[in-house]
Design a binder for this molecule. Structure first.
Ligand code: GLN
Length: 488
């Protein structure tokens, strides 16, 4: 019984809760039991909140009994630990925020609660979401549920691994440069990074403000759509939040993609990419064609600049955002005798990658270098944006691999930041543009590791890419495969 409940999809559980076939308390207990058994191995959670979760589940059950049916009523989910939760520690994976308990919920957490979701706890992230493997978390390295010697991707590796291993039915993450799509691909689940402004950033600890965006994970497209539907929308607290109404994305999943024009950017099939990834992605594109889509070769000519541009803009914005952590207002303070030494010692709590980015960003923004680095990067960003704009005049969706390889081994790239950055080569350009994107499972390599197909849509075209992914998912069964995780 326990196993069966945790293996249900979010939408299946939602149906069973509504018909009274099961209860939220039963589902929550089953999830908590699974977390207790497996998470010492998987290390996806930083904080589990069993009492709070059971309280929420009980209240959901009485609402369900009264015939209420808010969109996520009674569904246990998890939230990346960079998103503030009222009364529950939020660390951003950093020692500099150890013990920080926010006095309010992020807007997207408020939305989760309004929708009736049960929050199981907070899941692991690279420090301040800087990384592609969760190895930059100051607390633990999450393991990939398909192979415990490998990383789950990052920075939202905790949420992705938890959803893939059935330790939550869905999750909230953040995607500043691929941090939802890349771990979704590595863990064999669906991850959506909506258009900048579609989901509120209020209460999300800032990394790079012009790129940060909340995203969602689910085990399949329908589940992902359900949590997205419940958490997207305008928030007056966030000045970059879009006022455009939220369409009925769930109703838009028709699976009909006849006549959809799908562009294949030639710059996304590059030397050095894993041939098994390429084969699986090309097969997925052929499948989309057989479902009625029209395949068009396109070009995004400035793709090669995306990584350097991202790795200048993101650290520059991070260096400004992270200046607030000086031991005065948040988290611990390390006493250094006088003010300067106290700030210095407190800021030494930042991990190596975060310090590297603060230094890079400060340098790129400093007088004399600003024009040469930050200024040029913002100009190149405009060219990248224009590439997407031009492409979306010809096609409705762009299809590409999510990552050039499948999940790499723990420790494989930790001594070589550049090779870590290179794993983001297909994901960062979208964040520099005004597009949205998702990753959907499209196969496995010969080691049994999942491969992701990336579908990119024009501004606010989340419905189009979700429906294309849904059509693909209906015609394949990759999403039905689940990793077997056992306690060691
Ligand atoms: N891997 C990228 C980085 O390290 C993206 C991170 C993210 O999207 N939060 O910056």
């Amino acid at each position: 019984m326990t196993k069966e409940l945790t293996q249900l999809s979010l939408v299946e559980l939602r149906d069973k809760l509504r018909t009274g076939e099961t209860t939220s308390v039963a589902a929550t207990q089953a999830m908590l039991a699974r977390i207790a058994t497996l998470d010492s191995t998987l290390k996806s959670y930083l904080t589990v909140t069993p009492e709070l979760a059971l309280e929420m589940a009980k209240s959901a059950d009485s609402r369900l009994q009264n015939g209420e049916s808010t969109p996520l009523l009674g569904i246990p989910v998890t939230v990346k630990d960079i998103i503030c939760t009222d009364g529950v520690q939020t660390t951003a994976g950093s020692k500099i925020l150890e013990g920080f308990v926010p006095p309010y919920d992020a807007f997207v957490v408020e939305k989760l609660k309004e929708a009736g979701a049960v929050i199981l706890g907070k899941t692991n992230t690279d420090e301040f979401a800087m990384g592609s493997s969760t190895e930059n978390s100051a607390y633990k390295t999450t393991r990939n549920p398909w192979d415990l010697e490998r990383v789950p991707g990052g920075s939202s590796g905790g949420p992705a691994a938890a959803v893939a291993a059935s330790l939550a039915y869905a999750s909230l993450g953040t995607d500043t440069g691929g941090s939802v799509r890349q771990p979704a691909s590595f863990c064999g689940i669906v991850g959506l990074r909506p258009t900048y402004g579609r989901m509120s950033r209020w209460g999300v600890i800032a990394f790079a403000s012009s790129l940060d965006q909340v995203g969602v994970f689910g085990r399949n497209v329908r589940d992902t759509t359900a949590i997205f539907q419940a958490t997207a929308g305008y928030d007056p607290h966030d000045s970059t939040s879009l006022q455009t109404p939220v369409p009925d994305y769930e109703a838009g999943l028709t699976g009909d993609i006849a006549g959809l024009r799908i562009g294949i950017p030639k710059e996304y099939f590059i030397e050095g990419m894993d041939s098994e990834v390429e084969t699986a992605v090309r097969a997925a594109i052929a499948k989309l064609e057989s479902l009625g889509a029209e395949i068009v070769e396109i070009s995004l000519p400035h793709t090669e600049y995306a990584l350097p541009v991202y790795y200048l803009i993101a650290p520059s914005e991070a260096s400004a955002n992270l200046s607030r952590y000086d031991g005065t207002r948040y988290g611990p303070r390390v006493d250094g005798g006088d003010l300067i030494n106290t700030v210095k010692k407190t800021r030494s709590l930042f991990g190596a990658e975060t310090q590297r980015r603060i230094m890079l960003g400060t340098y790129a923004l400093s007088a004399g270098y600003y024009d040469a680095y930050y200024g040029r990067a913002t100009k190149a960003r405009t060219l990248i944006k224009q590439d997407f704009k031009n492409a979306f005049e010809k096609v409705d969706v762009i299809a590409a691999p999510t990552t050039p390889t499948t999940a790499f081994k723990v420790g494989e790239k930790t001594d070589d930041p550049l090779s870590m950055y290179l794993s983001d080569v297909f994901t960062v350009s979208l964040n520099l543009s005004a597009s949205c994107g998702l990753s959907v499972p499209c196969g496995f390599d010969s080691k049994g590791l999942p491969i992701g197909l990336q579908l990119i849509g024009d501004t606010l075209q989340e419905g189009t890419i979700l429906n294309a992914a849904y059509a693909y998912e209906q015609a394949t069964n990759w999403h039905e495969k689940r990793p077997e995780v056992s306690d060691k």
